[in-house]
Design a protein around this ligand. Structure first.
Ligand SMILES: *Cc1c(COP(=O)(O)O)cnc(C)c1O
Length: 413
């Protein structure tokens, strides 16, 4: 499954100063036809990194359009409900659920759309989407900036997420239903990459997580790091010290790396990323990539992924569409091997319980993805000490999930 290192060395990007390697992971395993587009993106992003005008325009839009900074909110109800008496930790939520469009994804979509317009001079944007959240965020950024927008979505997903398809169309995007393969996210990414190869002159591809070939994992991480930068300043302001624990759910890994990155050098801050345990990691029906520890290449990057006994990419399962992807961002693979971040999982059942309990106890309905982080918070709080300070990323709000949860609860015995 893993190509030899020489496959990667043949890529022109390998000669760039930053090759997008995260230890043995990452890199750029792509067809020749995409190398020009990725080279152009590497150069544009390197240029933009040192341009204060770009970042001040990005910050201005994050403040005025997205509603940043998002609040850091102390959740005393959960401290009381979930900890041993006398041993309650302090618990905070970073409220990405209050960002415009309801999740952290807008941070990345807006950053890349701005990059495409101001630096790459491209007028057409394409993106993939699974449940539709990244598609909605990208269509929103394109409406704001006056860019053409085409969203690739598996046919099966367009049926499951009809409301988000309508939202994207309202925002002026064209939604292309992908009929190949399993008609889900993986196939939508393949189709978006095919479009990009054909239309690279006027088109930028906004990838939705810290995945894909270099430089995407770096670009997406940098745009999402606003979460951790804000959270760091906010917790120091509120508590006068750093958190003892950070907790985030991990699909591709963008909300988690966005929170973690500005704390990586703080060795006393423990970090826990929560994968989708689906029906249980023993059943094989899950999206817990670190539970099986297979390394391979998917969508241009080398990382941990889920494969079947023949080395083929496996169908994953999770109650939460945003965590339902067979690979994980390559920087997470490195952080796992270094032991800097602990990777755990929460099952569908645990996430569904956390979804309901969090709503009832706090007045916040979490996204099903974020409910995996909340499910782990519950386990952490139960064995915490009163000096612990736990910060959980509430990556998105649950409005999008209430219908499917209602359906699941009605069917449950
Ligand atoms: C898409 C999504 C995720 C998973 O994506 P990451 O790149 O792992 O952050 C998590 N939470 C919400 C609310 C999402 O929409």
């Amino acid at each position: 499954m893993s190509p030899s290192p020489s496959d990667n060395d043949a890529n022109p990007l390998a000669s760039s100063s930053d090759t997008g390697r995260f230890g043995p992971y990452g890199g750029s395993f792509i067809p020749e036809t995409l190398s020009a587009a990725l080279d152009e993106l590497v150069l544009a992003y390197e240029a933009v990194r040192g341009e204060p005008e770009f970042w001040s325009e990005f910050d201005r839009l994050l403040a005025r359009f997205v509603g940043r900074p998002t609040p850091l909110y102390r959740v005393e109800q959960l401290e009381r409900a979930w900890a041993e008496p006398g041993k309650a930790p302090r618990i905070y939520f970073k409220r990405e659920d209050l960002a415009h469009t309801g999740a952290h994804k807008i941070n990345n979509s807006l950053g890349q759309a701005l990059l495409a317009q101001s630096k790459l001079g491209k007028k057409r944007i394409i993106a993939e989407t699974g449940a539709g959240q990244h598609g909605v965020a990208t269509a929103t950024a394109c409406a704001l900036l006056g860019l053409d927008c085409v969203i690739y979505m598996g046919l099966e997903d367009t049926r499951r997420q009809a409301l988000n398809v309508f939202r994207m169309k309202l925002l002026g995007a064209e939604v292309v239903a992908v009929e190949s393969g399993s008609q889900t996210l993986k196939d939508a990414i393949n189709e978006a990459m095919r479009d990009w190869v054909t239309n690279v002159d006027d088109t930028h591809y906004i990838l939705g997580s810290v995945l894909g070939p270099h430089p995407f994992p770096t670009i997406v991480r940098d745009f999402q790091s606003v979460i951790g930068k804000e959270a760091r300043a906010q917790i120091l302001d509120a508590e006068g010290r750093l958190p003892t624990h950070l907790v985030a759910c991990v699909g591709g890994g963008s909300n988690a790396i966005g929170l973690f990155h500005p704390f990586l050098a703080d060795s006393d801050v423990a970090m826990i990323a929560v994968e989708a345990g689906g029906e249980g990691v023993d059943t094989g029906r899950h999206a817990a990539r670190f539970a099986e520890k297979k390394v391979g290449v998917l969508h241009g990057t080398k990382t941990y992924l889920l494969e079947d006994e023949n080395g083929q990419i496996r169908e994953t399962h999770s109650v939460s569409a945003g965590l339902d992807y067979p690979a994980v961002g390559p920087e997470h693979a490195q952080l796992h091997d270094e032991g800097r971040v602990e990777y755990v999982s929460a099952t569908d059942e645990e996430a569904l319980a956390a979804f309901q309990d969090c709503a009832r106890l706090t007045g916040i309905i979490p996204a099903l993805e974020s409910a995996h982080a909340v499910a782990h918070l519950r386990k952490l709080a139960a064995c915490a000490s009163d000096s612990d300070l736990i910060l959980v990323n509430m990556s998105g709000r649950g409005d999008k999930d209430v219908q499917s949860v209602a359906r699941i609860l009605e069917e449950a015995p």
